[in-house]
Design a protein around this ligand. Structure first.
Ligand code: GDP
Ligand code: MN
Length: 386
């Protein structure tokens, strides 16, 4: 789960890290109001992608009226497919130097790794590709944590401004503390700025929290729905169904992660390309099945659907009812094939008898029939279905 910049900066501020004073706004009026107390400000789009500056999502303003105008320009803007609905209005930093600081996990070494570079402000992936020696790597011993010595040695090698070492060390150690406290897998400050007055300050903040740790991060977990930027993933998350977007065109619905993975393999082996992974879990009732269709059909790339149900605690009759409810409540314009086996299979088949959704004898036959119908042009894009 990624955190918006303003949330990351709040965490850093609470950990004693210097960040520009500021607040988040959803309207130009709010932005002007916030700017009134701050003087010159930066107005920054809050979207979960990098490169906002280049995309026009970061603008400077010297008066509240200017802040209102800049916010009006940025709010509603699309950056890499995401619509901006919040801006961070914060004290403008008079930046003299831009460094890069990031901490991530080195899974092979079982350690956190601190990365510093004096080539900050730009995409670190570009630096890694063109100038790998400009990134100074320091592996952190989990028994000691990030020590002052580690930090100073790394800053020295990276060529950071020595007069700012004290501030920068405070920032880096704070970044590490926040990372450990929040179960983050990635924590990044880019740019880590040195101001014209020689002070260190975190001008950006990026955190990616381990979703598997959200159960013990209740304060962050409450923002998890907000942090999902894919609209289909959002519907699935709200419905509590594990969903993964893939790049093909066949929607996959199954009960149980293992069964869904096996279905992906079968679809691929007969020449299809899965559009997603959707697990409705064990014991799904009709309403859950209906919801699953809603999720899959809201992906405009889906041109056919394969549903694979192996009933243990899941009942074939409930699945059949859900499928008919889905067909009644939405306009399913793509071919659907279903494999239905196990508990209450006969009852399920009886319910579907005579409908457009008669279960196939087996999964391979089901998949082939969807592929054939798609090739014959039956798979009109699902986009626009309600
Ligand atoms: P990102 O490009 O999405 O990572 O957004 P950043 O927050 O890193 O900002 C991109 C660039 O905008 C920075 O590298 C700075 O050059 C510039 N910038 C951001 N905030 C300020 C600010 O307060 N003052 C000044 N002068 N420049 C800023
Ligand atoms: Mn940045």
């Amino acid at each position: 789960m990624k955190l918006q910049e303003y949330m990351g900066k709040d965490l850093l501020r609470k950990a004693g890290v210097p960040v520009p004073g500021g607040q988040v706004a959803s309207t130009p009026e709010e932005a002007a109001e916030i700017a009134r107390g701050l003087g010159s400000v930066a107005v920054k789009a809050q979207v979960l992608v990098g490169g906002r500056g280049k995309a026009g999502g970061i603008k400077l303003a010297d008066t509240p009226e200017e802040a209102r105008q800049r916010a009006a320009e940025i709010l509603g803007m699309e950056i890499k497919g995401l619509t901006v609905d919040k801006v961070l209005v914060e004290q403008q930093v008079k930046i003299a130097k831009e460094y890069y600081a990031g901490i991530t996990l080195d899974r092979a070494k079982h350690r956190f790794i601190l990365m510093l570079s004096s080539m900050g402000g730009v995409d670190i992936e570009d630096v890694a590709a063109s100038n790998p020696e400009a990134i100074i790597r320091t592996w952190i011993d989990p028994a000691y944590g990030l020590t002052g010595y580690d930090v100073r040695a790394a800053m020295f090698k990276a060529g950071f401004e020595q007069s700012a070492f004290k501030d920068l060390q405070r920032i880096l150690m704070g970044l590490y503390r926040v990372m450990v406290q929040t179960d983050a897998m990635l924590a990044e400050i880019n740019p880590l700025a040195v101001t014209e007055d020689g002070e260190g300050i975190a001008a950006d903040a990026k955190f990616d929290i381990d979703d598997n740790a959200l159960f013990r991060q209740p304060e962050l977990a409450q923002f998890s729905a907000e942090s999902i930027d894919d609209p289909v993933e959002k519907i699935a998350a709200e419905a509590g169904m594990p969903y993964v977007k893939l790049d093909g065109d066949i929607g996959i619905i199954g009960n149980g992660a293992g069964l869904v993975m096996m279905t992906l393999d079968v679809v691929k082996s007969v020449g299809g390309k899965p559009a997603n992974f959707l697990d409705i879990g064990g014991g799904a009732r009709a309403e859950v099945v209906r919801k699953a269709f809603e999720v899959v059909l809201s992906d405009p790339q889906v041109r056919g659907i394969v549903m694979n149900i192996f009933g243990g605690i899941t009942r074939g009759d409930e699945v059949a009812k859900g499928l008919l409810e889905a067909a009644a409540s939405m306009d399913i314009r793509v071919p659907v094939a279903i494999r239905l086996a196990g508990t209450r299979e006969e009852e399920g088949r009886a319910i579907l008898e005579g409908s457009a959704y008669t279960p196939a004898p087996d999964l391979v036959t089901a998949t082939r029939s969807v592929l054939e119908q798609m090739r014959a042009g039956a798979g009109v894009p699902a986009g626009g279905q309600s």
